[in-house]
Design a protein around this ligand. Structure first.
Ligand code: SF4
Ligand code: SF4
Length: 56
């Protein structure tokens, strides 16, 4: 289980700066969540202004 970023993402970068374990990074032209690092805390989902992040 991990949170995932949908195509609604506008690449604002807020989630990456809010994630306490630095699980979010810019991958191949878009932001991605590393499922091996994500602790399912939900902080990124709350921080995203366009609600692009949800539990997988
Ligand atoms: S759910 Fe928490 S640990 Fe996982 S990517 Fe979002 S902020 Fe980081
Ligand atoms: S906060 Fe939302 S819109 Fe901004 S980079 Fe993260 S997923 Fe994309």
């Amino acid at each position: 289980m991990a949170y995932v970023i949908s195509d609604e993402c506008t690449s604002c970068g807020i989630c990456a700066s809010e994630c306490p374990v630095e699980a979010i990074s810019m991958g191949d032209g878009k932001y991605e969540i590393d499922p091996d690092v994500c602790t399912d805390c939900g902080v990124c989902a709350s921080a995203c202004p366009v609600e692009a992040i949800s539990p997988a």
